[in-house]
Design a protein around this ligand. Structure first.
Ligand SMILES: [Zn+2]
Length: 224
């Protein structure tokens, strides 16, 4: 069986990776975030807004990076997330997510997890590629709905962690991906709690696990 490293080297993702154009501010912020992440700094500190940087740019960079990484994580288990094994987008017996997009699914609808994640990733990708929400040019300001949209994106992406951890954890362990996924989860968790992006109730399905793995010192306010 292919291990996690092979998997990454092949670059198989559930959705194609979204990249920033070299030379843009967001590309350099992305590189900055990546470099700090690889430098062994406490993940709590890595998520803080660098001095002088704009919060919206920092948020945009993280939304795209988390989309890419969570996409990759789901890609590792997607062959095992089938209609028969996961008939609903659940997080154990107590939590279930219903899909609604206001277009095709006007009412919250129960779907198999794979279908739910597929629609979720399509939806996130459409937001990220929408230049009215994620402006590409530096002189175009972020729209008013930028932060609420990012909150919704990150809230929905968190649900993929919930499903993968609760229903496919054994698979992650068997391919040696556990440590990588935990690091990504911690980074995500510290980022969203640092800036109060996701409502507390969303964390409930993974509360126990979060307590165990997210032990770095608590966040200090960072709204420059
Ligand atoms: Zn599944």
């Amino acid at each position: 069986m292919a291990n996690f490293v092979d998997f990454f080297q092949k670059g198989k993702t559930f959705r194609p990776k979204k990249k920033f154009d070299p030379g843009t501010l967001r590309h350099s912020l992305h590189k900055h975030a990546e470099a700090s992440l690889n430098s062994g700094i406490n993940l709590r500190d890595v998520v803080k807004l660098p001095p002088g940087e704009n919060f919206n740019d920092w948020l945009a960079v993280h939304v795209v990076d988390f989309f890419n990484r969570i996409n990759l994580i789901y890609g590792t288990v997607s062959d095992f997330c089938l209609e028969e094994t996961c008939p609903t987008m659940s997080g154990g017996p107590k939590f279930e997510y219903l899909w609604a997009d206001g277009v095709k699914y006007k009412k919250p609808t129960q779907l198999p997890a794979s279908k739910y994640v597929s629609l979720l990733m399509d939806w996130v990708e459409a937001q990220i590629n929408n230049e009215d929400i994620f402006p590409v040019k530096v002189d175009v300001p972020f729209p008013k709905n930028f932060i609420p949209t990012c909150k919704k994106i990150l809230t929905r992406l968190f649900r993929v962690f919930v499903h993968v951890y609760i229903h496919h954890f054994d698979k992650l362990v068997s391919i040696g991906a556990e440590a990588h996924v935990n690091t990504c989860y911690k980074h995500f968790y510290y980022f969203v709690t640092q800036f109060d992006i996701i409502s507390q109730k969303e964390f409930e399905p993974l509360a126990e696990m979060t307590k165990k793995i997210c032990k770095e010192h608590p966040p200090q306010s960072n709204y420059n």
